[in-house]
Design a protein around this ligand. Structure first.
Ligand code: DAH
Length: 330
C-alpha cells in the first residue's frame, strides 16, 4: 500500500514543489528523521522503516511525474520568453566568393553587368583574337594546359576570353565584368597555383578614353581598399594599347608591409589598358567608331591582401578551421 498522498500533475513547477515538500532540506522526511530521537527506542525501528518507505515512494513518484511531464504537451509549458533562442549555425562563404561578390557589387553600382564564358576554350578565344602572336611564350606547353580531346582546345589561362565572346555576340555599348576560374601550368607554391580566379572588365563605346579607365579603377580602389592612392605604370599586354599596371599604395607601417611590398610601399593589383584596335576588329567591332578599355585582376591576390593570408594553397584545401574565419563584411 502506498503511504504518500495521491498527488498527480504534469506541471514541472508543481512537481518540484511536491518534491521539496517531502525531500527538501526542510521537508517532511528530514523533519521525521529529526524527531525520531524523541520516540521510545523500541518504536524507532518500525517508524524509521516507514519514513524510509515514504522517502523511496516520493522519490519514485517524482521521477515518474517528471518523465510524464516531458512527454505531455497538453499541459501549457511555463516558458521564459526572454530566454535567447537556440543558435542556428549556418555556413559562411568561401573567402574567394566574399571578395568576388564584393567586386561584382562595386562594379554593378557603376553599370557593369555580368558575363561568363566556358573554362574549356579554343586557341582563338584564349590567344589569337586577343592579338597574341603565333609564337608568344604564353602559348607554350609549359604555361597552358592543352587538352587531347577535343584537339586544339585548352583550359583558359585568363578571363580575357570572355571579352572576345561577349564582343562577338553583342553590339556596343558594352560594359561587363567576368569573374571565373583560370588555369596555368605552374608549380604550386605559397604564392602561385595552377588554378585560380580572375575578374575581367570591359567597356566599349564611342569615345571611351584612358581617363575613363583611370577614373573607374580609382573608384574601385577607393571602394574595395578604402584607399584611393594609386598609380599607373606603363606595361605590355598583346590585347591592349597602351597598357598599364595598377599599383595601390599599401604603406610601410609593419614588417609585413615591408615584406609584401618588397620595401616600396606599393602593391601591384591589376593589368589594364585601351583595347587594341586589332582585338575590336577580330570581334567584329569597327575600331574607327568604337574604343574601349579592359582590365583584369586575380581574386586570390586581393583576398590574400584583404584577409592577410600568406599562403594561396589554403584557399583550395577546404579546411573548415580556415574557412569558418571569414565573414562577408568587406
Ligand atoms: N589577362 C591578363 C592576365 O591574365 C590580365 C589583364 C591585363 C586583363 C590587362 C586585361 C588587361 O583585360 O587589359 O594576366
Amino acid at each position: 500500500m502506498e503511504i504518500v498522498e495521491s498527488f498527480e500533475s504534469t506541471n514541472p513547477r508543481e512537481i518540484e514543489d511536491f518534491r521539496l515538500k517531502y525531500l527538501g532540506k526542510k521537508g517532511l522526511v528530514a523533519g521525521f528523521f529529526k524527531s525520531i530521537s524523541q520516540i521510545s527506542p523500541q518504536a524507532r525501528k518500525p517508524i524509521g522503516q516507514l519514513i524510509n518507505k515514504l522517502k523511496k515512494e516520493v522519490f519514485q513518484k517524482v521521477k515518474r511525474l517528471e518523465t510524464q511531464s516531458k512527454f505531455d504537451s497538453s499541459e501549457p509549458k511555463v516558458d521564459d520568453v526572454s530566454r535567447p533562442g537556440f543558435p542556428i549555425s549556418s555556413g559562411n562563404r568561401h573567402p574567394i566568393a566574399i571578395v568576388k561578390n564584393r567586386m561584382i557589387e562595386i562594379f554593378s553600382t557603376i553599370g557593369f553587368g555580368l558575363s561568363e564564358g566556358p573554362e574549356i576554350e579554343d586557341d582563338w578565344h584564349n590567344f589569337s583574337a586577343l592579338n597574341f602572336p603565333k609564337h608568344h611564350p604564353a602559348r607554350d606547353m609549359q604555361d597552358t594546359f592543352y587538352l587531347q580531346q577535343p584537339c586544339g582546345h585548352l583550359l583558359r589561362t585568363h578571363t580575357s576570353t570572355v571579352q572576345v565572346r561577349h564582343m562577338e555576340t553583342h553590339k556596343p555599348p558594352i560594359r561587363i565584368i567576368s569573374p571565373g576560374r583560370v588555369f596555368r601550368s605552374e608549380t604550386i607554391t605559397a604564392r602561385s597555383h595552377c588554378l585560380f580566379h580572375q575578374i575581367e572588365g570591359l567597356y566599349i563605346d564611342k569615345k571611351v578614353s584612358f581617363a575613363d579607365l583611370k577614373q573607374t579603377i580609382h573608384y574601385f580602389c577607393e571602394a574595395l581598399f578604402k584607399n584611393s592612392k594609386m598609380r599607373l605604370r606603363p606595361s605590355y599586354f598583346p590585347f591592349t594599347e597602351p597598357s598599364a599596371e595598377v599599383d595601390i599604395y599599401w604603406g610601410l607601417e609593419t614588417q609585413a608591409d615591408y615584406r609584401i611590398t618588397k620595401g616600396t610601399g606599393w602593391l601591384e593589383i591589376m593589368g589594364c589598358g585601351m583595347v587594341d584596335p586589332n582585338v575590336l576588329e577580330n570581334c567584329g567591332i569597327d575600331s574607327n567608331e568604337y574604343s574601349g578599355y579592359a582590365f583584369g585582376l586575380g581574386i586570390e591576390r586581393i583576398a590574400m591582401l584583404l584577409f592577410q593570408i600568406e599562403d594561396i594553397r589554403l584557399f583550395y584545401e577546404n579546411d573548415i578551421r580556415f574557412l569558418s574565419q571569414f565573414k562577408a563584411t568587406l
